[in-house]
Ligand binder design. Sequence first.
Ligand code: FMN
Length: 263
Amino acid sequence: MRTNLPVSRREHEMCDGMTLMSTTDLQSRLTYANAAFVEVSGFEIHELVGQPHNIVRHPDMPPEAFADMWATLQQDQSWSALVKNRRKNGDHYWVRANATGIKRQGRTVGYMSVRTKPGRDEVLAAEKLYAAFRTGRARGWRFHKGLVIRSGLLKGLSALQWMPAAWRVRLGVLGLLASCVAAASLPLGSMAATGALMAGAAALACLWIEQQVTRPLKAVLAHAQLVACGQPARQCSRRQTAGTVATRPDRSVLQAVPWCPDQ
Ligand SMILES: Cc1cc2nc3c(=O)[nH]c(=O)nc-3n(C[C@H](O)[C@H](O)[C@H](O)COP(=O)(O)O)c2cc1C
């Protein structure tokens, strides 16, 4: 485990809407970093490319997080979690990292990570949780594809965190089916009452699928569109300017993608 020191305990806050991107080879040596990554990390591009990605590792990150990251990537799945990174000068910055494999003809040839600015509440929660892992106070909890969930027999208590989207849809449909069977077998006296009960169950199932599947997918799509557009530049507000610089959009990408929002 690489320990990059010194650390200043000073946070460098990213601008809203910034996207930090990097790609690596299979050994996690950096092959590309976008302008925003270079800016926020505080390194020069030539100091990053060719170096292992732990060049930005912050000693506050629990090793369990990266073990989970590698286990997830090696299962051909993507990993998303909050990561505290160290800048070259020892300051730190928090990102929501989304790492995934890069495929060529069905083979993984490298990895990429796209990072955005996380919410303040998420950062505070992660700061506490990661400190608990580092100090051995996180017994009964473990990382799972970037999420921190209950371990062992209590895993079920975290089901709403780790349940795959397919099972969320199935659960909605099965819940609706069970409610309809129950409504049909209840001695309600009239078809209207049975129908009303079934309609209520259908509305609940729609709400569940909307909240658990449709809305998150829409958010992912909106974000993917912004990333594909090279992310329009957004100036930091006065409050955010300390040590941060906005990204510049890549015009060639903007012109190539006709459906970019806000262009
Ligand atoms: C695509 C990709 C992105 C990564 N991004 C980061 C990152 O932003 N910060 C970080 O500390 N490690 C990142 N890693 C993980 C590092 O390669 C490394 O596993 C981690 O820093 C732990 O280093 P250690 O083995 O020295 O403890 C990334 C790995 C990959 C494949």
